[in-house]
Write a new protein. Structure first.
Length: 208
């Protein structure tokens, strides 16, 4: 019942916006490369985690009971930057930040393909958890890619990249993303309605 309180949803949405502003300002002003990379990465994790908390609240699911998926969303978003090191074939930050090409996990085509594949699998197997995980993974990637897009645009390999997106567009996109997810998840736009499917019943009442 506590989760139904709109104030909590508003507080977390404001917190999400503030995390973007503070995290970006901090990482822009830090001169120490390692600390800057850590702050940047933690900001990615916090944005993804807060975004999934908002989705959880909107679904009237319990935040406490879903801490594992909230943490997973945050961790996955943070781990995306490992691809810099994989592509550089080096664990040195200086090598990882001096790549001539963008690293593979930064292609938005990757999460879109993965999400489509998981949705199709969930549809065939009527596995509702699989569909839920597909949205968590998509959130972790999209929140990360949208934030990075202020510098280098969104990259849809092999088709190319958009231009860098304006800072205010990124901010608005991050704030509305959980609400778009909630809409798409509860309206089952991409999957058929599964009988007795309980995950996304909008009137579900859950305790914190
Ligand atoms: Zn990145």
């Amino acid at each position: 019942m506590f989760n139904k309180n709109p104030i909590i949803k508003i507080i977390f949405t404001i917190l999400l916006g503030l995390t973007c502003l503070i995290g970006d300002r901090l990482s822009d002003n830090l001169t120490h490369a390692v600390i800057r990379a850590i702050v940047d990465n933690v900001t990615h994790a916090l944005i993804a985690g807060l975004s999934w908390i908002i989705v959880t609240l909107l679904l009237n699911h319990s935040v406490m009971r879903n801490l594992l998926e909230i943490t997973s969303c945050a961790l996955m978003s943070s781990l995306i930057d490992v691809d810099h090191f994989i592509q550089a074939k080096s664990w040195k930050l200086s090598d990882a930040t001096r790549l001539s090409k963008r690293a593979f996990l930064h292609s938005t085509t990757v999460p879109i393909l993965l999400w489509t594949l998981m949705l199709l699998t969930s549809k065939v197997s009527t596995n509702e958890k699989m569909e839920h995980y597909s949205w968590i993974i998509l959130m972790s990637f999209l929140s990360h890619h949208i934030r990075d897009a202020t510098r280098r645009g969104l990259w849809f390999a092999p088709f190319g990249s958009t231009r860098p997106i304006p800072y205010y567009v990124y901010n608005i996109a991050i704030i509305i993303l959980p609400y778009i997810f909630y809409y798409l998840m509860t309206h089952k736009i991409f999957t058929r309605k599964i009988p007795d499917y309980t995950l996304y019943q909008r009137e579900t009442v859950d305790s914190v």
